[in-house]
Design a protein around this ligand. Structure first.
Ligand code: PHE
Length: 390
């Protein structure tokens, strides 16, 4: 009874379980860095109420990856990006970074946007000796985690003072009294609120009402009513775009027409979509303006919008800059070994980024200017640039 079909069947019954075992043993993971490729990781909120943060950052990183690969890679090695969605959740962020560093064999990790999530991922990178670059987390504590943790954006002591100075000095605002509405569950919001308050009072302003909420809250009427009776000239709302949009809608419904001011957390095309006209005439500080005439910026916008059919926001620009700074450091280091790579990242100086000239300082932060944007017809319009130390 040995006809050929049976022979093949018999071989297959041995072969299939063996192949399955091999797959299982490898955890079904894509092969870790083989000698002809460099694997990098990204963890970000691809879904959830801050979904545009992760999506824009990923789009910016992907553009940088495609460009370097089209140009032949880094010393002949192609770059491969692995992205995990952390859903805007701290526990998911920790798990994603653990997977990138222990299973996927990444040379470095890019992410997160939200400071609270970078604070969850950074200790994992620090312990495993794999460099992490946050494109956009501005809370000072992120890089204080250790010498493996970098960022390519400014930090909130600067951003808070930029907002305070603008509130006090901008023609048409000249705010004397500020109310503040803080997301008490967000390290970003709490930190930026403190910095704004300090700077605003130092410049002679007075904080007349301090209210809090929790990210995801739907009803802000109690806080907004209290704010209304404190008669502020400005309402500082250092939150993320979905909450800010809802706050603006409800404020206007309560007849509270006071202009609002916030930080980079407002930066999303969704802000105008959620709030519509309710957010017009409000201001926020940011890392980049798509109206910047600098050819470097306009060239990036052209390439990005051809590929992604939308105008890049600040996160796309920062993701692109972070990836390119990483590639440059790998090239200079001629190695993807963690300590060697971190040492090269630390030497980054005058990198000509889309978000400005980037130099990494001794605390692994970047010192850069900020822009103020005003919402008009649901879109951010450039108002002014504020230099560090101004
Ligand atoms: N700076 C914010 C944070 O640290 C994140 C952010 C950056 C959001 C830039 C939008 C644009 O949490």
């Amino acid at each position: 009874m040995t006809y050929p079909g049976f022979q093949i069947m018999r071989r297959l019954t041995y072969f299939i379980p063996a192949a399955l075992l091999v797959l299982l043993a490898s955890g079904c993971q894509p092969a870790a860095s083989s000698s002809n490729e460099i694997v990098i990781g990204h963890f970000g909120s691809m879904t959830g109420s801050e979904a545009t943060f992760g999506q824009s950052t990923d789009n910016g990183i992907k553009l940088a990856v495609d460009e370097i690969n089209e140009a032949g890679g880094i010393d002949g090695k192609k770059v491969r990006l692995i992205t995990y969605d952390d859903k805007g959740d701290a526990r998911e962020a920790g798990t994603a970074v653990t997977r990138l560093t222990t299973k996927d064999g990444v040379a470095a990790v890019l992410g997160e946007v939200a400071s609270g999530l970078s604070l969850a991922g950074a200790p994992v990178c620090q312990e495993s000796g794999i460099p992490m670059i946050s494109p956009s987390s501005t809370n000072p504590k992120v890089t204080e985690i250790g010498d493996m943790i970098f960022r390519v954006c400014f930090i909130d002591p600067f951003q808070g003072s930029v907002c305070a100075k603008f509130a006090r000095e901008h023609e048409g605002l000249k705010a004397g009294k500020a109310a503040i509405l803080t997301d008490q569950a967000s390290p970003y919001s709490v930190g930026l609120q403190e910095e704004f308050e300090k700077a605003f009072e130092k410049l002679g302003g007075k904080v007349v009402s301090k209210q809090t909420y929790q990210g995801g809250d739907q009803d802000f009427s109690a806080q907004l009513t209290a704010i209304r009776s404190s008669e502020p000239d400005i309402i500082f709302v250092p939150g993320y775009y979905t909450d800010v949009g809802n706050v603006a809608l409800q404020a206007r419904k309560l007849g509270l027409a006071t202009p609002m001011l916030g930080g980079d957390g407002w930066d999303s095309s969704k802000l105008g979509e959620i709030a519509g006209g309710a957010i017009d005439g409000c201001f926020y500080s940011n890392h980049y303006s798509h109206e910047d005439p600098n050819p470097r910026v306009q060239e990036f916008i052209k390439k990005y919008s051809e590929r992604h059919q939308q105008t890049p926001d600040g996160l796309a620009a920062l993701g692109y800059d972070a990836a390119r700074i990483l590639f440059e450091a790998i090239r200079r280091a001629k190695s993807t070994e963690g300590k060697t790579l971190a040492a090269e990242l630390a030497k980054t100086k005058d990198f000509d980024g889309v978000t400005g000239k980037i130099s990494i300082d001794g605390d692994r932060n970047a010192i850069k200017s900020a822009v103020i944007l005003e919402m008009k017809d649901g879109k951010p319009k450039y108002v002014t640039t504020i230099q560090p130390g101004a």
